[in-house]
Unconditional design. Structure first.
Length: 390
């Protein structure tokens, strides 16, 4: 490359900044010169994500502080009296599943594994892979039961990557999966959970994990993830430092608490959907999952509008003291939005190539935004109703 640069002034250009020089006797092959301006352009964020050039000024001018996510991820945290890493991923390499013929028994959230020819059962640990992480939560049913659990303290169960309540879990690699994010809340009944190497888990302080989860799945988080995971290599992996480099908005604690409450509704409907799915109630499971997705989309829409200053305070996804009929009405509306999102590509055409790696949407199309806006106006109207008339 250095030898070709010395002759670049006289090199005949072929096309797009590429010029072929005379044969190199040292290399025994033609030398090709690539205009360094082109290389520099590919290193610029605008080359890989021109939309971020538009979004970044909006983010920096939002009404709330903006900080790198790494400022909220501690180096270590205390877990069961020992220090654990603030950010880590699952064990790399092979996967060790219990041998064929292992019996699985569930006992109030815990799992017991009775291995073949063993006299005593051992504790089992739920083992999460990328397929088990949907946008709305954990779904163990996506893995066959004989590969759903691992033996406690086995190779794939290092203590450092065990999940604790409040941990954020993010898919760190894989085309069509990157960036899916959930919070491990206390609504899950699983007592022991570990993750695969394609999942990253991290703990946050001084910011609520539920707000972070919603924000990361907004267009302001998604565009940054695709920016960090692209670069000149075009990789589909986001490492610890790249996660820490993502800028997050830090709204008032009361706003974050409102999102945390809304996120609990997402998990509630998600868990109901997983239970219905596990019991072969497919129609019920589909509607419940659509509802969970619709609520999440409402939270994302609110986060984006708060950042842009067009929403002054968050709306409750289910206003208090609603009668069953109004709750049912809202569930139907959320399910309608969720079905729209799940049944179509919600990424504008000009971002299709960029978003291919992501398991979340860069942006929503106009029809979906309109449907969510209509639902937001309904919520706002219900909030304004006197309690005695609801």
């Amino acid at each position: 490359m250095r030898a070709s640069r010395r002759k670049r002034q006289s090199a005949p250009e072929i096309a797009n900044g590429v010029a072929e020089l005379e044969d190199s006797p040292e290399l025994q092959r033609p030398v090709v010169y690539v205009n360094p301006d082109i290389v520099w352009e590919r290193g610029d964020v605008g080359f890989w994500n021109p939309r971020w050039v538009e979004l970044e000024p909006i983010l920096q001018q939002c009404p709330y502080p903006v900080r790198p996510l790494g400022e909220f991820i501690p180096e270590t945290v205390e877990r069961d009296g020992t220090e654990a890493l603030g950010i880590t991923r699952g064990q790399a390499g092979r996967r060790e599943y219990p041998p064929q013929g292992t019996l699985v028994e569930h006992q109030n959230g815990s799992v017991k594994l009775l291995l073949p020819r063993a006299r005593k059962a051992v504790d089992g640990v739920l083992y999460l892979q990328v397929k088990n992480l949907t946008r709305t939560g954990i779904d163990p049913t996506e893995t066959p039961e004989d590969k759903r659990y691992i033996q406690e303290n086995s190779y794939n169960d290092p203590p450092r990557s065990r999940l604790w309540v409040g941990d954020i879990v993010l898919v760190n690699s894989g085309v069509g999966s990157l960036g899916r994010t959930i919070v491990f809340t206390n609504q899950y009944s699983y007592s022991k959970v570990n993750i695969s190497q394609h999942l990253t888990k991290f703990t946050v302080r001084d910011i609520l994990p539920e707000w972070c989860c919603v924000y990361l799945q907004s267009m302001y988080g998604a565009h940054q993830m695709i920016r960090e995971a692209s670069g000149v290599s075009g990789q589909t992996y986001i490492d610890y430092e790249e996660i820490k480099n993502i800028f997050v908005v830090v709204p008032d604690e009361s706003i974050q608490q409102a999102f945390a409450q809304g996120y609990r509704s997402v998990v509630d409907y998600h868990l109901k959907a997983v239970d219905a799915k596990a019991n072969q109630r497919s129609e019920e499971a589909e509607k419940l999952m659509n509802t969970a997705v619709g609520i999440l989309e409402m939270l994302i829409w609110q986060a984006e509008n708060l950042i842009e200053g067009s929403l002054q305070k968050p709306l409750s996804v289910f206003p208090r003291n609603l009668p069953p009929a109004l709750i049912s009405l809202l569930e139907d509306e959320y399910a309608r939005v969720g079905q729209m999102v799940l049944n179509r590509d919600t990424t504008p055409d000009c971002y299709e190539l960029q978003s291919r790696a992501l398991g979340i949407h860069l942006e929503r199309d106009g029809e979906i935004r309109e449907a969510i806006g209509h639902l937001a106006r309904l919520l706002d109207g219900l909030e304004e109703l006197p309690l005695e008339t609801r």
